[in-house]
Design a protein around this ligand. Structure first.
Ligand code: SF4
Length: 510
């Protein structure tokens, strides 16, 4: 009888894979599976509704698959995770509950505190190719004399140890580690055919989740409802992987940094949400890439695996390596709120209007709108980095604390004072003009830094450098921009315009 099952496996909402450590060897006769929906967590932020729908639907589908396999599944809705675990223990009295290492610190703290009074055992996570413990070992051995770590060092270490595009002599296939000179092109001029986007039909499981979310009191959601863009099970995620490798990857490299106003997706894989909640494992992605590697342009394969085994795993490792206080770092002491234009208020900044619309529509944009439009403007305008991080976490379908802390606090906003990046990723309108087609249709002039028509990015860029001379001028990578700043004859007018722009940005009137 099911009440005699001694072991429970508790599956967290970002560990949704039958083949991960906690579930891989589980058998229905010996294991009950527990899913908990914490109402407290649902109410904690104004989540994008597609994000909540995506996670809950994926949980529900895995619960259904396990039920079909013969497992006894306890699908529990509780005020808090703690209450959910207590109620499960009371009803089923398992000898112990097994849970895999959580992906974030809040989860870790919860499990640590529950384990003090409840029979909970923690299984090491195998959700990444490089575990947090392996990363710590690598980081200890590879910290440079100035205290920095380099993604490029980590990436090459991963390539070699995982044997991905490595020749028998240990050198990279093609003789180069990096194809940036062939990648990161501006958008193509004129007509261009971009890969089609697949959408699935929503079904009764989607409808069940939609009804459930509508029934939760006190829930505040934003963004547009699901339209089938995101798969919610392993099969759907694998189909998207195969589609990307057969129809989109060839031009991924060249256009990975481009932004086109009518084309949110370009040649991007759209796989990050699946990887981040476990529907896909990075090993599955790498195996599929290896299978087709002879048919794909080397610069594009390299650009793609750099994202999967390089950046993604590096960001995860840094999140744990940097420690719990990292999320509160605020190098420039910024305190402004997230601007209304990011959350759908009307703006005349054509770039921001498009990117905000994409976030509203899909809970997603690729990395360059995130970095060079949203995080760039947030840095230039003095937005509180912690508020910006939380906003992005709640707004993006692939958000998580481990994703957003290094990407926003570190790379996006330089709020960590340079622990992740050697200099701030900031730019005025010129970079946005080079990599996008936004500026031609904008009511602002990307080149102007003063006056009513001055591009807010351009004004705020020079003002940011000016305001932060004390902390940035000694950075040798900033020497050239500070030499340029010193040559500006209109810096007083720039400062005045910047005060006006920052005020209007926060008030939502620009
Ligand atoms: Fe954005 Fe400035 Fe270009 Fe307008 S001119 S689209 S505000 S960068």
């Amino acid at each position: 009888m099911s009440s005699h099952i001694a072991r429970t496996v508790w599956v967290l909402g970002d560990q949704l894979n039958r083949n991960l450590a906690h579930l891989r060897t589980a058998r229905p006769s010996q294991t009950r599976v527990l899913f908990i929906i914490s109402l407290d967590k649902l109410r904690r932020a104004p989540w994008h509704q597609q994000r909540l729908h995506f996670i809950l639907t994926a949980m529900r589908r895995l619960a259904n698959e396990l039920t079909d396999e013969g497992f006894s599944v306890d699908w529990r809705v509780a005020e808090t995770m703690r209450q959910g675990v207590s109620a499960h223990l009371e009803e089923f009295s398992p000898e112990y509950i097994s849970v895999m290492q959580p992906m974030n610190r809040a989860g870790q703290r919860l499990i640590d505190s529950l384990s003090a009074t409840m029979p909970i055992t923690v299984t090491p996570s195998d959700q990444f190719l490089c575990s947090r413990e392996e990363f710590a070992e690598w980081a200890s051995a590879n910290t440079r004399k100035d205290g920095s770590l380099l993604m490029e060092d980590f990436y090459r270490w991963q390539r070699r140890r995982l044997d991905i595009l490595i020749d028998p002599d240990g050198e990279p296939v093609g003789g180069r580690w990096n194809y940036d000179d062939e990648n990161r092109l501006s958008p193509p001029k004129g007509e261009h055919e971009w890969p089609a986007i697949n959408r699935r039909e929503l079904d009764d499981v989607d409808a069940w989740v939609t009804d459930f979310l509508a029934s939760v009191d006190g829930l505040s959601m934003k963004g547009e409802p699901p339209d089938g863009l995101w798969a919610t099970d392993h099969d759907g995620a694998m189909q998207q992987l195969q589609y990307f490798l057969r129809h989109a990857i060839d031009e991924f490299g060249p256009y990975e940094d481009a932004i086109v106003s009518d084309e949110p997706y370009l040649n991007h894989s759209l796989l990050s949400p699946y990887l981040n909640i476990g529907l896909l494992h990075p090993a599955e992605v790498i195996a599929a890439v290896k299978e087709l590697s002879n048919d794909i342009a080397l610069n594009s394969i390299e650009g793609f695996i750099r994202q999967i085994i390089g950046w993604r795993e590096y960001v995860h490792g840094l999140y744990w390596w940097f420690g719990p206080d990292y999320v509160n770092e605020n190098h420039f002491n910024d305190d402004a709120p997230v601007p209304p234009s990011f959350t759908g208020a009307h703006t005349e900044m054509n770039c921001v209007a498009h990117v905000a619309k994409w976030v509203e529509q899909d809970a997603w944009t690729h990395h360059i709108p995130r970095l060079m439009v949203l995080a760039n403007l947030a840095t230039l305008a003095g937005i509180d980095p912690s508020k910006m991080m939380r906003w992005m976490w709640a707004s993006f379908i692939d958000g998580a604390e481990w994703v957003m802390a290094p990407n926003v606090i570190g790379m996006g906003m330089y709020a960590d004072g340079g622990r992740m990046s050697t200099k701030p990723y900031v730019s005025g309108g010129n970079y946005i003009s080079k990599m996008t087609d936004f500026c031609g249709d904008c009511s602002f002039d990307r080149k102007a830094r003063t006056g009513d028509k001055a591009c807010p990015f351009t004004t705020l860029y020079w003002d940011f450098l000016d305001r932060n001379r004390d902390v940035l001028r000694s950075n040798h990578r900033m020497a050239r921009v500070y030499a340029n700043l010193d040559r500006l004859s209109d810096i007083e007018e720039v400062r005045e315009r910047a005060v006006e722009v920052r005020g209007r940005l926060i008030a939502g009137t620009i």
